[in-house]
Design a protein around this ligand. Structure first.
Ligand code: ADP
Ligand code: MG
Length: 247
């Protein structure tokens, strides 16, 4: 519309928009609906937490959002891209340039320094080695590891390894961090530090979606998505279901 003020009528696109998404695995006598008709919407810069017992579908949902896996049903749009319709090459490119993953076990390459670990995805994306090294330095300083780039993973603490893994996930200005139980292997104090770091990154504009089963992490969330048996449930329904878990 000519003459309309900038942004007039503009729609802010969601970073992640899932509508009734399912991932179905063939089982023995019946299929497993690992993710069962889940809908969710995550705005840019949010820190969304997927919470639920082991086996509730958190990792499967994160893998769908990150394009490591594809939905069998429903609609899934990530950064405006239709994930079901995208080819392998496009998804791989997205994971190198727009989406970063963080795992419970850090998954750093042990024979590379922290700095080399962080610059690796950029080199994979075709950026020159010197430019990649400069970006890696910037990412390491963003996570408070400016001085430790030349150390190997075995030469730093678990919390520092997870910081390096987060640097690897954000390097090159990636737009979304997906973190699968990022505090699961850390003591509670270090876990809270990692949550604070992820929260700071989200405040700077990076969208964060993470899974956890630690309730201490929930106050960091702008949105909590509770899963049970692959389904999204209301948080107030998330009471323990086994006899053993009852007080
Ligand atoms: P969570 O991360 O919450 O522990 P998962 O997403 O790993 O849960 O698993 C959800 C359900 O899907 C579980 O019942 C699990 O056994 C099943 N599942 C996950 N991956 C596969 C697979 N590759 N093949 C068959 N079943 C799977
Ligand atoms: Mg999991």
């Amino acid at each position: 519309m000519p003459g309309a003020p900038l942004g007039w009528g503009a729609v802010v696109a969601a970073a992640v928009e899932a509508v009734s998404v399912s991932r179905i695995y063939p089982g023995g006598s019946e299929v497993v609906r690992a993710v069962d008709r889940v809908s969710l919407s995550v705005a840019p810069g949010e820190l969304a937490i997927l919470v639920g017992a082991s086996g509730s579908g958190k990792s499967t949902l994160l893998n769908l959002i990150g394009g490591l896996d594809r939905p069998d049903e429903g609609e899934l749009s990530v950064l405006g891209i239709d994930m079901a319709a995208s080819g392998e090459k496009d998804l791989a490119r997205m994971r190198l340039t727009r989406i970063g993953f963080v795992f419970q076990a850090f998954n750093l390459l042990r024979d590379l320094t922290l700095s080399e670990n962080v610059s690796l995805p950029l080199e994979g994306a075709g950026i020159s080695r010197s430019a990649a090294r400069a970006e890696a330095r910037a990412a390491l300083s963003r996570v408070g590891l400016a001085e430790l780039g030349d150390r190997f993973p075995s030469e730093v603490s678990g919390g520092q390894q997870q910081r390096a893994a987060i640097a690897r996930a954000v390097v090159g200005e990636r737009e979304i961090i997906l973190a699968d139980e990022p505090t699961g292997a850390l003591d509670s104090t270090t876990g809270q530090e990692i949550m604070r770091l992820l929260s700071d990154l989200s405040r700077e504009g990076t969208t964060v979606v993470l899974s956890t089963h630690n309730p201490a992490n929930l106050p960091f969330a702008s949105q909590v998505v509770t899963l049970r048996d692959g389904r999204r449930i209301q948080a107030e329904d998330a009471v323990p279901t086994t006899e053993a878990a009852r007080p």
